[in-house]
Design a protein around this ligand. Structure first.
Ligand code: DGL
Length: 270
């Protein structure tokens, strides 16, 4: 296989369709880049699985994308970024960008009081990856974390702005809000769709950090530093899924904000 260069695609990998929120930001910031998306829709959610299973799935999906000649891998999934990023970064042979450090950098930029709330899947919160990343940069800052396992199914069901979602958000967030946080980091691909609901639950004073936007900026800067930008024009994104569930079109359109085309079902190498 030839060495990937500027014209090679960027691989974007998520456990399911939530990573399309990162694709949305990439399409906005990097319109000349070719994107290949892989969603492991047959095995989603990863956020409730063991670390061993998540690392294995992450390796299988990444090998698949590497086989497509990608020049850079975006792990557009907080759960994988929290548990499998170091392993992948040392073995992939192309740069790997996760979603945690970009979100943390932004939280550090916007926080006024150094009291940060982090919400995510159980695997992400249990890994303590956000806490470590924040306290490596700001050891004196306080981090209050909360797993919110009901948020992913609520968003997938299209209920992100329902009264049920507002009540769920109030219940999950009450303990972290009681700690006097000034910034809330959305540590899950699905949560950007919950921003209006989170605002209703916690008010408008809290700064809310969405790592999708920051991740795409980091990719843009990294490609520029490595002189790996694509002069364009870009081809339509290819979307590979390990299953095409009946709900696919509606869910994918909501995450991406436009229809997803060029979809193919694939099996991952084990
Ligand atoms: N993509 C996952 C994340 O960002 C959420 C869905 C899952 O649990 O697999 O953590």
């Amino acid at each position: 296989m030839t060495e990937p260069g500027g014209r090679s695609p960027i691989g974007v990998f998520d456990s399911g369709l939530g990573g399309l929120t990162v694709v949305r930001a990439l399409l906005h910031d990097l319109p000349h880049e070719d994107l290949i998306y892989l969603g492991d829709t047959a095995r989603v959610p990863y956020g409730t699985k063991s670390r061993e299973a998540i690392v294995r799935f992450a390796e299988e999906g990444s090998s698949f994308l590497l086989g497509k000649g990608i020049k850079l891998l975006v792990l557009a999934c907080n759960t994988m970024s929290a548990t499998a990023l170091p392993e992948l970064a040392s073995t992939m042979g192309v740069p790997v960008v996760g979603v945690i450090d970009p979100g943390v950098e932004e939280a550090i930029r916007v926080s006024v009081g150094g009291r940060i709330g982090v919400i995510g899947t159980s695997a992400t919160i249990n890994s303590q990856a956000y806490r470590r990343s924040i306290q490596t940069r700001r050891p004196e800052w306080l981090v209050f974390s909360q797993a919110c396992p009901l948020f992913v199914p609520l968003v997938e069901e299209g209920w992100e702005e329902s009264e049920v979602a507002v009540m769920t958000a109030r219940q999950y967030l009450a303990p972290v809000v009681a700690q006097g946080i000034d910034t809330l980091v959305l540590g899950c691909t699905h949560y950007p769709l919950l921003i209006p609901t989170l605002r209703r639950a916690v008010g408008t004073a809290l700064r809310i950090v969405d790592s999708a936007t920051q991740t795409s900026r980091e990719v843009r800067d990294l490609l520029a530093r490595l002189a790996l930008e694509n002069p364009g024009p870009a081809s339509p994104m290819r979307c590979y899924l390990t299953d095409i569930p009946p709900s696919f079109i509606g869910v994918a359109d909501r995450f991406l904000g436009r229809p997803v085309t060029h979809v193919e079902r694939v099996s991952l190498p084990s």
